[in-house]
Design a protein around this ligand. Sequence first.
Ligand SMILES: Nc1ncnc2c1ncn2[C@@H]1O[C@H](COP(=O)(O)OP(=O)(O)OP(=O)(O)O)[C@@H](O)[C@H]1O
Length: 280
Amino acid sequence: MNLHTSSAAASPAPAPAPSRRVPVARTLGVSRMFGTGSSVVHAVEGVTVSFERGVLSAVIGPSGSGKTTLMHLLAGLDSPTVGSVELDGVALDGLDDTRLAALRHERTGFVFQSFNLMPALTALENIRLPETLGRRVRRNDRAWEQQLVARLGIAPLLDRRPGELSGGQQQRVAIARALAHRPAVVFADEPTGNLDMRTSGEVLALLSELVTESDCGIVMVTHDPVAASHAGRVVALRDGRIVSDTGARSAAQLAAVMLGSTATAGGSGFADIGATAVER
Ligand SMILES: Nc1ncnc2c1ncn2[C@@H]1O[C@H](COP(=O)(O)OP(=O)(O)OP(=O)(O)O)[C@@H](O)[C@H]1O
C-alpha cells in the first residue's frame, strides 16, 4: 500500500480554525485512590489542571508521583475516586463505556514508549489501523495524513513493516497514527524512553512543531528532564499533587525539580516549589 496510489489529495490540508478556549483535557479537584484502609494509596490528590491546544505539555515527577495515573484519568482510561474530568469539553462521568470509548477514539491519540505498532502490518496500514477498528467515529484526514507522513520523513517507508524500521522510524509512524485523524489531544507516555539521545531530540522537536501545526494539545508524561525541556509547559507532580506549573525550562532546571532540589534551579522560577503550586 502506498499513499500515492490512494485517493489522497495533493494539496496541503488547511489548518483547522483554532478553538483555544475549550481545554482539550481538564481535571477538576480530582483524586484517585487505590486500595482501602491502612493500605490506601493516594496516587493523585486534589488535582485541578487544564491542557490547551497548541501546547506540548510535559507532566514530570519522580517514580510513583502519579504521572501515569493522572494521564489515564485525563484520557478517560480510568475514573477518579473524587472529582471530575472533561475531554475536549465533554464531561466523562456521565458517559457509559461505549460512548466513552467512541469519544476517546475520535478525539484522542496515543504515543507509547514501546511504539505499539502491529508487526504484521505495514507502516501505512498501522497509521490507518485505528480507522479500520473504529470506522464509525474515526477517519484519517487523507490530505493531512499525507502532509504528516512527509513532515515526519516516513514517506519512503510506508510499505515496510515495523521489524524493518529503526526505533526512531517506528515512533514517527506511531506519531503519524496518533495525529492523522486530527485529535483534540495526544497523550504521549515516555515517547522517547526507548530511543537514543539524538533520535529522542529529533522526535521531540517534531512533536513540538506538530503540536502547533495540528492545533491539538499534546500531554507528555516523562521522568526525563531532557525530554521535558522540549515542552512549552511543565507540570511537576510529587506525591500525587501538583507542585509546580510553569513555562519552558532547561533540562538542568528540570533535573533539580525532579530531585526535589531548589538549590541548583537559581532564577528558574522553581525556587518556591511546594509552596506556590499553580493549579489551573
Ligand atoms: N492499579 C494500582 N493499584 C494500586 N496502586 C497503584 C495502582 N496504580 C498506581 N498505583 C500507585 O499509585 C502511585 C502512583 O503511581 P503512578 O504509576 O501513577 O506513578 P508514576 O509517576 O507514573 O510512576 P513511574 O514513573 O514509576 O511510572 C504509586 O504509589 C503506585 O504504586
